[in-house]
Design a protein around this ligand. Structure first.
Ligand code: SF4
Ligand code: SF4
Length: 110
C-alpha cells in the first residue's frame, strides 16, 4: 500500500504506543490554553506543573515520566487529555512520523 493510501485509510486504534516513545511533545500557546482549560488550571499553573523548556530553548514540551512515557498517558493506555491534546499529537501520522513507525503503530499496521 502506498503512503498516501495508508494515510487516507488510517484509523488510530488508541494503542498508546506513540505516547511511549521518548521525545518532546511540543505545546504551542493555543495548546497550552486548551489543555489548561481542560485540566481546570490557569495557564501559568499548567506551564509550571506540566511543561519544561526544550533543550534548544525553542519552546515548551509536556513533561514525561522517567522512562520517557508522556505523563498524560493513563494506566489504561489512553490519553488523559484526549479532547485537548497538542497539535503534535493530533497531527501524527499525517504531519510527522517517527522512524520505524510501520512496525510500532497499530493503526498503521492495519
Ligand atoms: S498528550 Fe496524549 S496523545 Fe499526546 S503524547 Fe501525551 S498521552 Fe499521547
Ligand atoms: S501508535 Fe498509532 S494507533 Fe497507536 S495511539 Fe499512536 S497513532 Fe494511534
Amino acid at each position: 500500500m502506498s503512503t498516501a493510501s495508508a494515510l487516507r485509510n488510517f484509523v488510530c486504534t488508541q494503542c498508546g504506543k506513540c505516547c511511549r516513545i521518548p521525545g518532546y511533545v511540543r505545546v504551542s500557546e493555543s495548546d497550552i490554553s486548551r489543555i489548561a482549560a481542560c485540566m481546570d488550571l490557569d495557564t501559568d499553573t499548567f506551564i509550571a506543573k506540566h511543561t519544561r523548556l526544550m533543550a534548544d530553548r525553542s519552546g515548551l514540551s509536556l513533561l514525561e515520566e522517567k522512562d520517557g512515557v508522556c505523563a498524560h498517558l493513563t494506566d489504561d493506555g489512553i490519553c488523559g487529555i484526549h479532547a485537548a491534546k497538542p497539535e503534535q499529537c493530533t497531527g501524527f501520522p499525517y504531519t510527522w512520523r517517527y522512524p520505524n513507525m510501520e512496525s510500532i503503530c497499530e493503526g498503521w499496521k492495519i
